[in-house]
Design a protein around this ligand. Structure first.
Ligand code: PLP
Length: 407
């Protein structure tokens, strides 16, 4: 008899987006002529930069000709892309990362989900609250948690990120082995300083833990004092894996390209306590289970690093940051406490009431969709996430309508 992985039955959180979709559909049915503006989604709306489109086309044309045709590529990614990434995203910031430490993939969602397969089932996992739900759900699937009760899974060490601690995950008060951090943060839009990140690196070194650092939104950092990679911090290479994505940097959410950095000195331990090379383990996993990102997509990703690519992707991100600044101004005028939107595309608003009640009010009176905070964890109670990923005129119209709705 074929049996299922019972851990899947513990899963809860797909509830969030299906519940939002249900409420939006009910609103549309009752108000068929009303335009609904979605400031709830984390997907980009602007087209790919021209320079990427051109490189993408060129890559396809190469595949059409015998002399330049390519079949399977290197599973870890073409050297032309990995070398450019290493030089541009790391070495230029004095982070000593080389091309052999970079693994190109089809997305940070998959990478953050797949990496935990390298670790023992009975490790202690520390997860911020609120959080990008993938980190949590994939550990549930792997059997690292107990059942879900009162908004939390048993066995997980939650790290509350609240107004009181500046939305930086609290340090755990018990030993942990694996720590998820995401900066700039989804959903709060919070950023982390070099000093605060150094404390996490020290913590991981002291406790032989590993940090999984998700920097999917690094392109939104405009404050030059903020770290752009965890490897700017001394000692991070032994204790941190970093995830990067072209999704939000260059509008690749539908194109699919990302990469994971696993330094060659990065360690995890076997049951005898001996250090094992994580780069070699991830290489084994990646080359066994993945056959590489398509050649034209890697060509398009490499185009991001050309001078035109840098200018065009900056323009793209600036567009969303302009939206974010507008949302911040309007939310501030309405008298709400909030964080984010300065070095991040998300604004995390304290609604001062039940988050779903506020969500319904804004949907029904303004026709605007936000994301209720409890979908990201118990500490999201009372908050909504407003996303800057939309056209400016829609963002402006949405904020006008919210203002009107709130009287
Ligand atoms: N990490 C975070 C924090 C995200 O918010 C997202 C997407 O919304 C991802 C990773 C997924 O990135 P990708 O499109 O590369 O799978």
């Amino acid at each position: 008899m074929i049996r299922i992985n019972e851990n899947y039955r513990k899963l809860q959180s797909s509830y969030l987006f299906s519940e939002i979709a249900k409420r939006v559909a009910a609103f549309q049915e009752a108000n068929p002529d009303r335009e609904v503006i979605k400031l709830g989604i984390g997907d980009v709306t602007r087209p790919l930069p021209d320079v990427c489109v051109k490189a993408f086309h060129e890559g396809v044309d190469e595949l059409a000709v015998g002399a330049t045709f390519k079949g399977y590529g290197p599973e870890q990614g073409y050297p032309f892309l990995r070398e450019t990434i290493a030089a541009h995203d790391f070495q230029s910031r004095n982070a000593d990362i080389d091309a052999g430490e970079i693994f190109v993939s089809d997305g940070s969602k998959c990478d953050t989900a797949n990496i935990q397969e390298l670790f023992a089932t009975d490790i202690k996992v520390a997860i911020p609250d609120p959080v990008y739900p993938v980190y949590l759900d994939t550990n549930v699937m792997a059997g690292r948690t107990g059942i879900y009760k009162d908004g939390r899974y048993g066995g997980v060490v939650y790290l509350p990120s609240t107004a009181e601690n500046g939305f930086l995950p609290a340090f755990p008060d018990e030993p942990v082995d694996l720590i998820y951090l995401c900066f700039p943060n989804n959903p709060t839009g919070a950023t982390i300083t070099r000093e605060a990140l150094s404390q996490w690196v020290d913590f991981a070194r002291d406790s032989k833990a590993l940090i999984l650092f998700d920097a999917a939104y690094v392109a939104f950092i405009r404050d030059p004092s903020l770290p752009h990679t965890i490897y700017e911090i001394d000692g991070a290479k032994e204790v941190a894996v970093e995830f990067r994505s072209f999704s939000k940097t260059a509008g690749f959410t539908g194109t699919r390209c990302a990469y994971t950095v696993v330094p060659k000195v990065c360690r995890a331990y076997d049951s005898e306590g001996a250090a094992q090379n994580l780069n070699a383990l991830w290489h084994r996993r990646h080359t066994t289970k993945f056959n590489g990102v398509s050649y034209p997509v890697q060509k398009a990703a490499a185009a991001v690093y050309t001078p035109e690519g840098q200018a065009q992707t900056k323009g793209l991100v600036d567009y969303y940051l302009h939206n974010a600044a507008h949302i911040r101004d309007r939310v501030s005028d309405l008298g709400f406490d909030f964080i984010g939107g300065e070095n991040a595309p998300y604004i995390w608003v304290n609604t001062g009431q039940d988050a779903w009640t506020f969500f319904d009010l804004i949907l029904n009176k303004a026709g605007v969709v936000t994301t209720p905070g409890p979908g990201f964890g118990r500490c999201g109670e009372g908050f909504v996430r407003i996303s800057a990923f939309n056209d400016f005129d829609k963002v402006k119209r949405a904020m006008d309508r919210i203002q009107q709705a709130l009287g």
